[in-house]
Design a protein around this ligand. Structure first.
Ligand SMILES: [Zn+2]
Length: 480
């Protein structure tokens, strides 16, 4: 999964001074490395890793062989998994052990793709008009290939980082029953235990007309929840209306939700988002962003910023009515009225906490508020589990990241963001390893084709990513 563009395009709308950075000219990468990285990318695209008929084991073994051929000892490269089709690859580049390892994760599986829907064969690697096409070019075999290439480069150079670097390429991020990160944590935690985790499946550079305008770092995510509101009534004939009507009652409850605003709350990531975005915008918006960082926050400033849907969603939990269903006949009083209210919950809060808030806000015991799980089942109570508060934006990640971004996309601001979707980071974060979405491949605004037909990335973005991750790996774990 990939959640880059939806949020960055809203940010971009307010980045008044986003001038667009000069392009990296790809000078760092020698020809042999370019060829190697491309061969690995092509190989991965042409191995079908869908849940229906594909195999991540084939891809994991192919990548393991690449690393073994480059000189990694067999003891440092393993393919493991719950069955023959859902293999995961784990490799380790040994450092001096001065610090705890960094884990890099990438999923090998891709969503389904039908040949009939596509212009090209989704499982053939095609270069056309300055783009690479194929299922997984964007999400996220390009980045898997980039990480394998970087591991091979560092090994060949005899690079000795100050900490071990671990690479895990895994199964079933997009779906399926055997999520590789979850499985590795449960069965081989020792192999992937790390100080923190870098996941290129989130964040990254957004291009506008080919120029880099923003680097978003996915540093935390909101929790998703659906709630069903329901009113029932004995009904009757519509020629004889009664004071109690399921539709009116539900509508009044929904109106109270409409006018309710969850409390303003910032965390380490969203504070940093406003601090950094304030430098990119001008006037009242910039002043307001700084004013909400004060203790106590400036309420008027928060209210003004709340007019913008993106800033509003960054400052608070949101709940909004998304579906409505009521009545059985034009001439009958409704016996039942239901609505779905969709919520995006700030880190640090639980679904049950939000359900109770909705009960309080609708303020009508005749309106039931139940949690709807992913399969559509209704529950009187929602899970109590609190969405983890974000880990701090650590210097040993931010400084190397900003340095590396500036070398490849000069002048592009790095802005920490809160994602709406969940990545494999949910497992590593829950295991106590703070996880950051650090995308490698720049995508043009409005051309994010992850999960879609004719998935593609710009050729130049791929090689920029090869350069970027090489610099980033070295900056994160300097040679001793
Ligand atoms: Zn993905």
């Amino acid at each position: 999964m990939r959640t880059l563009t939806a949020w960055t395009c809203v940010i971009l709308a307010v980045l008044a001074t986003a001038a667009g950075a000069a392009r990296n000219l790809g000078a760092q990468t020698d020809d042999a490395t370019r060829k190697l990285s491309l061969a690995i990318f092509k190989q991965l695209i042409e191995i079908n890793t869908t849940d229906s008929v594909g195999s991540t084991t084939v891809a994991a073994e192919a990548m393991a062989k690449r690393l073994l051929d480059a000189g990694f000892p067999a003891s440092d490269v393993q393919v493991l998994g719950p069955n023959s089709r859902k293999g995961n690859m784990v490799a380790r580049l040994h450092g001096t052990g001065k610090y705890k390892p960094i884990l890099f994760i990438g999923h090998l599986d891709v969503v389904e793709a039908l040949r009939a829907d596509w212009t090209t064969d989704p499982f053939k690697f095609v270069e056309k008009d300055g783009y690479y096409y194929g299922r997984g070019t964007n999400d996220m075999k390009s980045e898997d290939a980039i990480m394998v290439t970087t591991f091979i480069r560092l090994k060949r150079e005899g690079y000795k980082p100050d900490r071990d670097l671990i690479l895990a390429l895994t199964a079933d991020e997009e779906g399926g029953k055997y999520n590789g990160v979850d499985w590795l944590l449960k069965n081989h935690r020792d192999l992937i235990d790390a100080e923190f985790v870098v996941n290129p499946d989130g964040g990254g550079v957004t291009l506008e007309n080919g120029k880099a305008v923003i680097y978003s770092l996915d540093a935390t995510e909101k929790l998703y929840a659906d709630f069903q509101l329901e009113v029932t009534n004995p009904g009757g004939h519509s020629s004889l209306p009664k004071p109690e009507n399921a539709i009116y009652q539900l509508a009044e409850g929904l109106t109270r939700i409409q006018h309710y605003q969850f409390p303003f709350e910032l965390n380490a990531v969203t504070r940093s988002f406003f601090e950094r975005t304030a430098k990119q915008v001008t006037g009242q918006t910039a002043d307001d962003m700084l004013a909400i960082l004060n203790d106590p926050p400036d309420e008027a400033a928060a209210a003004r910023l709340s007019q913008d849907p993106y800033f509003n969603a960054t400052m608070r939990t949101t709940c909004v009515a998304t579906r409505l269903d009521a009545g059985d006949a034009n001439n009958a009083l409704p016996q039942r009225a239901t609505a779905i209210v969709n919520c995006r919950i700030l880190p640090g809060h639980s679904r049950e906490e939000v359900r109770k808030t909705l009960v309080r806000v609708v303020d009508d015991p005749k309106i039931t508020v139940r949690w709807m799980d992913n399969s559509g089942n209704l529950h009187d109570m929602a899970p109590d589990a609190v969405a983890l508060p974000p880990a701090p934006l650590r210097d040993d990640l931010m400084k190397p990241l900003e340095e590396s971004v500036d070398k490849i996309w000069p002048g592009t601001p790095v802005v920490p963001t809160m994602a709406t979707g969940a990545s494999d980071g949910v497992y590593t974060n829950a295991a106590g390893m703070p996880t950051y979405g650090v995308g490698a491949v720049a995508i043009e605004l409005g051309d994010d084709r992850a999960h879609g037909k004719d998935e593609r990335i710009p050729v130049q973005s791929y090689f920029d990513g090869v350069d970027f991750y090489y610099l980033l790996f070295k900056a994160l774990a300097p040679q001793q």
